[in-house]
Write a protein that binds this ligand. Structure first.
Ligand code: PDD
Length: 282
């Protein structure tokens, strides 16, 4: 089946989907994006993704190219036209096309691209069943990681470092020794005292939608948690560790920099949260 992409008002065959060479996303990474999971043909956590998108646009001072209802329709339509059951929707908005000049262009129209595809989600279940490894890398990103900007070079390099070391994810570590987050995931531990911990929201991490959905679930499930950063040493001495993101849900981390976390197997809190998260969304 042929894939379709939405590009600035038109649904076009994927192979013909194009943006201009002077799109500011291409030249300056002057744009934002969202990734939303699809399960059973439905968008997962659509509202918080839409809210975060709006916030990113506002922080970047980019005018939304279409209103909320139109955007929701375009995302659904892109899912439908690509016959996505279990997969993802990718949405990107840039400041638009203009002659190259760092300052904001007077005229440019924000550009919107939406794609969708099926994913072999079994591979995430398999990764969750065995657990994965995280490699720590020095934090090297800018000071506004709370904006979901397409400027992901540091994340790309970090992920590649992790992969070349045989690991699944890279964990950024700040200059005080605290883990900020993963290259494309939120980082969590169940510390040596049994408290679930993830960093507080600030400008050093993305406010993960999955993170925001899991915290109230922890309350319901009676899992004690604290929004407090943890060091690499605390993570290595933790009972459990895991990562979260929209497409993958919860994935246990069983090794950090080659050292087993806890007994080296997926822990009960991560497994409980993974099951509860998808149970409400499948
Ligand atoms: N990544 N932190 C970073 C740096 C991320 O890029 C992501 C998501 C997350 C988790 O956020 P959420 O729970 O809203 O997916 C945390 C997406 C999936 C990506 O770039 O593909």
């Amino acid at each position: 089946m042929s894939r379709i992409a939405y590009v600035n008002g038109r649904y076009v065959p994927f192979a013909e989907a194009r943006v201009h060479v002077e799109d500011r996303g291409y030249q300056f990474a002057d744009g934002v994006y969202e990734v939303c999971a699809v399960r059973g043909g439905k968008l997962v956590d659509e509202e918080p993704h839409a809210a975060r998108l709006k916030r990113s646009l506002k922080e970047m001072r980019i005018t939304p190219p279409v209103d909320d209802a139109a955007l929701a329709h375009i995302m659904r339509e892109t899912v439908r036209r690509n016959r996505v059951r279990d997969g993802l929707v990718y949405l990107q908005i840039t400041r638009g096309v203009a002659r190259r000049d760092h300052g904001f262009p007077a005229q440019a129209k924000p550009a919107l691209v939406v794609t969708a595809r099926n994913l072999a989600i079994d591979k995430y279940d398999a990764a969750a069943a065995t657990g994965v490894e995280a490699r720590t890398v020095p934090e090297s990103r800018w000071a506004r990681c709370d904006i979901k900007s397409v400027s992901l070079l540091a994340n790309v390099l970090a992920k590649q470092t992790a992969r070349e070391a045989g690991a699944y994810e890279a964990w950024f570590v700040d200059d005080k020794g605290f883990v900020t987050e993963g290259s494309s995931t939120t980082a969590w531990i169940v510390d040596a005292d049994g408290v679930l911990r993830t960093r507080q929201l600030d400008q050093h991490i993305l406010p993960g939608v999955t993170r925001g959905e899991l915290l109230p679930m922890c309350r319901q499930l009676g899992i004690e948690f604290a929004e407090r950063p943890f060091t690499v040493a605390e993570a290595k001495a933790a009972r459990e560790a895991f990562i979260t993101a929209a497409t993958v849900g919860v994935i246990p981390v069983v090794k950090i920099d080659g050292k087993a976390v806890g007994n080296g197997k997926p822990g009960p809190v991560a497994q409980k949260l993974r099951a509860a998260y998808w149970a409400e969304r499948s």
